[in-house]
Design a protein around this ligand. Structure first.
Ligand SMILES: Nc1ncnc2c1ncn2[C@@H]1O[C@H](COP(=O)(O)OP(=O)(O)OP(=O)(O)O)[C@@H](O)[C@H]1O
Length: 273
């Protein structure tokens, strides 16, 4: 993939999405800079998954547009990979782990040996070297979700879209997966967009937290998380600034006005819409 493709921003302009007469998203605008980490939160049923599916090209907007650089996202693109919450439903149990990871490369003219090499490389990147010959059901839930992430990477995706990716694993595995995705973003320069119910997780992971609200929903807050890029499960979560940001997000989700930001970010120049 050329750098100009890898570095493309993902932008949403005037997005409306209805299911029949039920308007879910209205006049939604968003711009996600390449290499940034954006978390999307909002009340249950607000339309977070709907937005993520529109970003992935799996769901067509009713009106408005999603673009990756100057290309319309009106079908799934090789540069944009999706990881879902339910790894059990997304990994094929009769295929070995390596073949699951290599699966997206089939039909792309990649030789079998190159597919295997790429799968092993991606498994190593998610901290699972040497499990390629196992079946998914021989691995723990957290390991299976790592395999699902490796499969997203196998395509050489520049954007990873994740819908509640850590919701099915225990608390310790969740912390490990959060740190894995932060590291992948840093090491590979990919853009990551995560939908989550967990406000602490959103603040811990994101450069930005997008809050959806209203009926139909739109962006009601777009918050820069000025905690730097080196995050640590123990110390970052204990920072007073972390608590301030969490309080602001929670207040917005519950329908309150955003309090004035006590310390406007200076060092992180992540563009807002
Ligand atoms: N395929 C569909 N057909 C009809 N209505 C749908 C469809 N998918 C979602 N909806 C409705 O659209 C609204 C938004 O759903 P969506 O799953 O996007 O919200 P969400 O914010 O991700 O919810 P949650 O936080 O509970 O996962 C809900 O009212 C839901 O019932």
């Amino acid at each position: 993939m050329s750098d100009s493709d890898r570095l493309a921003p993902l932008s949403v302009t005037g997005l409306h999405k209805s299911y029949g007469h039920h308007a879910v998203l209205a006049d939604l605008n968003l711009s996600v800079e390449p290499g940034s980490f954006v978390c999307i939160v909002g009340p249950s049923g607000a339309g977070k998954t709907t937005l993520l599916r529109c970003l992935s090209g799996l769901l067509a907007p009713t009106s408005g547009s999603v673009r990756y650089g100057d290309r319309p996202v009106n079908q799934p693109l090789a540069e944009i990979a999706v990881v879902f919450q339910d790894y059990r439903g997304s990994l094929l149990p009769w295929m070995r782990v390596r073949d699951n990871v290599a699966f997206p490369l089939e039909g792309r003219g990649v030789s079998r040996s190159a597919r295997r090499a790429r799968a092993d490389e991606c498994l190593a990147a998610v901290g699972l070297p040497g499990v390629g010959d196992k079946y998914p059901w021989q691995l723990s839930g957290g390991m299976q979700q790592r395999v699902a992430i490796a499969r997203g990477l196998a395509y050489d995706a520049a954007v990873l879209l994740m819908d509640e990716p850590f919701g099915s694993v225990d608390a310790q595995a969740r912390f490990d997966l959060e740190d894995l995705v932060l590291r992948l973003r840093r090491d590979l320069g990919i853009t990551v967009i995560v939908v989550t119910h967990d406000i602490d997780e959103a603040v811990y992971l994101g450069d930005r937290v997008i809050v959806l609200g209203g009926q139909p929903a739109t962006v009601i807050d777009n918050l820069t998380v000025d905690l730097g890029q080196d995050r640590d499960q123990i110390h970052t979560r204990a920072l007073p600034r972390f608590a301030e940001l969490r309080t602001r997000v929670l207040t917005r989700i519950r329908g309150g006005a955003a309090a004035p930001d006590p310390a406007p970010p200076a060092q992180l120049d992540v563009s807002r819409t």
